[in-house]
Ligand binder design. Structure first.
Ligand SMILES: [Zn+2]
Length: 203
């Protein structure tokens, strides 16, 4: 366990308004709807300490499919530096792997759309075919974000394995193929990406 000499205190640890300084992702445990996190075995993304994490406020977001309009997206987590806990006293946002932080679209909505693009559909046709509950503007924005973060995505994927041979000239589509090759057994490779690398798929 790392010893932290420089202890930090966050005076606003009780408020909801603090800005996430790091993201972290976790899988939803099967059969558990709302509180899905086991924090005991999870390391703090700031200091790497295990066993110091405490639940904080919940992170809720808009859910277009839920009747009450809200969905459980994740949790603010506090890395306790009190008593014997040995943490760093900082907080971070822990998201379910399907959640794309700062975006309303989820990984499981984005993935089928990317697969359709790979199959040769236009962005608009793919969004319409899947009846994505978003404006075309949103979908264009997502594609822009993806293109913008492509280098980051690719360098992480390349750590796992080199890109497969591709018939596509578009770097975005090449990366989607690469993503699928790295996570061949995953139903939702963007979520698998977030779990594996602990980084947002959409920057
Ligand atoms: Zn920590």
């Amino acid at each position: 366990m790392p010893s932290k000499k420089a202890r930090r205190t966050i005076s606003s640890s009780g408020s909801n308004g603090d800005v996430p300084s790091a993201f972290s992702f976790c899988a939803r445990r099967p059969g558990v709807e709302r509180t899905a996190f086991s924090l005991k075995q999870s390391p703090c993304p700031h200091c790497g300490c295990i066993g110091s994490l405490n639940r904080h406020s919940r992170a809720l977001g808009n859910d277009l499919q839920a009747a009450d309009g809200e969905t459980f997206r994740g949790q603010r987590v506090y890395c306790s530096n009190r008593g014997q806990r040995g943490g760093c006293g900082r907080t971070f946002a822990l998201f379910l792997a399907d959640i794309l932080p700062r975006h309303t679209l989820t990984a499981s909505l984005v993935w089928p759309w990317l697969v359709k693009l790979l199959a040769g559909l236009s962005l608009k046709a793919a969004a319409e075919k899947l009846r994505l509950p978003f404006t075309l503007e949103t979908v264009y924005r997502v594609r822009r974000r993806l293109r913008h973060g492509l280098d980051q995505l690719r360098s992480r994927l390349c750590r796992e394995q080199p890109p497969p041979a591709s018939a596509h000239a578009d770097p975005l589509l090449q990366t989607v193929e690469h993503l699928r090759a790295v996570f061949p057994d995953s139903e939702c490779p963007p979520a698998a990406f977030q779990l594996r690398f602990q980084r947002p798929f959409l920057g």
